[in-house]
Design a protein around this ligand. Sequence first.
Ligand code: NAP
Ligand code: G3H
Length: 479
Amino acid sequence: MGQETMVDVGFQLTGDWLQCSSKRRLEIVSPQGEVIGRVPAMTREEVDRALSKSRRVQKEWAKVPLYERGQILLTWADELIKRSDEIADMIMKEVGKKKSSAKDEVTRTADLIRYTVEEGKRIHGEMMKGDSFQGGSAGKVAIIEREALGLVLAISPFNYPVNLSAAKLAPALISGNAVVLKPATQGSISALLMADALMTAGLPKGVLHVVTGRGSEIGDWLVAHPAIDMISFTGGTKTGQDIARKAGMIPTVLELGGKDPAIVLEDADVEKAAGQIVSGAFSYSGQRCTAIKRVLVMEEVADQLVEQIQKKVEGLRVGLPEDDADVTPLIDSASADFVHSLILDALEKGAVSRTEYRKEGNLISPTVLDHVTEEMRVSWEEPFGPVLPIIRVTSEQEAVETANQSEYGLQASVFTKNMDKAFSIASQLDVGTVQLNGKTERGPDHFPFLGVKKSGAGVQGVRKSIESMTREKVTVLNL
Ligand code: NAP
Ligand code: G3H
């Protein structure tokens, strides 16, 4: 896929770049409103064609020795690094991520792929003898292997178009699955570039298909498609819930939305906490599932914390991704309008803004709202934008109860110097991960990553992802 095809890329079918027979295209519009490319809006028939050969191809791929599968993935990682400028440039344009972070996304992806290859080599089966029970089982020996599930449907969100696609592809492929990737529409050119690097690395034709088109049009067709053996989805809670309903008995891993709290106790290192909170809340303009989306601070240190947060927010660069700004225009106008409505609702209900609130098109200035109360929507709804509500609490119990009242349960942070309290609070929080004295974040990528309640089902993280995409196969030897 050369530079000149950027404005009108094909779709990836059995290893060839093809154009859609229907000639239907989706325009990819940048967060600043610029049309930067077109991708095929694939039809259901084209999706069927893409998937029809997958089963046969997958069986062949699973027979390729693990070492050789690993070598292809390692070459893919090298290829991504070679092309990191080009790919990062597209991430920057397509989803409005500042260039340095876009470049980090590509580097992180190459590291993740390399680790996945190593981990894939360490997935072994086991053997069990049958003599633990009375009766005639003493002569039985079970040989337990792990085998690929078959065809994995990977659906990724816009905010990490390369990393969150590859985080599904790499574990699926190392363990012998074929993959159909449906990237977020906004982010699909970046995902196609990533897939092109994989084809260049020598992935056999047909092991990967990338299908583009609106999730609302082809999503249901894909999710309920009889060729699919497993779904790995990252995206919004509502979409994830719909997919879970339609998937029926197909195994799913769902990584969904969040409302991660940062709990700050009276003995916390306030300056450190403020630094972590600002970076956690505002990097990539808050468009991260793991962004800190509310602060629950003890009244005694609230003024001090707010002052520190305010100072650090003033140091953030607000502008365009090309200028390496920290806070850049949100992905689209619907998202910007939604965040705007949350801020207005809070201000109308008495929240105090500690920053000057501005909205120009999709660019929303980093907004710190103090004295937020539970009547305000921003206390509970996920903004996916640069707004940080501060809720003052008078006890640890109140902090824990307020944290747990959320319908989400992805991650939480606790800032305190008292480790006994930290562990006690961590044990009471209904979330997948608690960060002690650090911001909420997914990485490093080999840690298990999961959400509870409406934040997800199943676990990602390199080893966990491989496990979720393989199953045990038992052969019993009767001696
Ligand atoms: P989204 O709107 O749910 O979209 C996610 C993916 O699902 C996209 O590829 C989308 O395609 C596709 N899709 C939409 N409707 C579908 C359907 N009916 N069937 C199948 N696929 C469908 O989410 P987003 O706006 O990209 O991302 C933001 C959300 O994702 C936030 O809530 C965030 O918290 C969450 N997120 C969670 C994690 C995590 O690991 N927990 C990570 C990142 C993001 P189209 O783009 O074509 O609509
Ligand atoms: O948006 C959701 C991602 O899984 C968050 O990843 O914590 O590395 O930004 P991150």
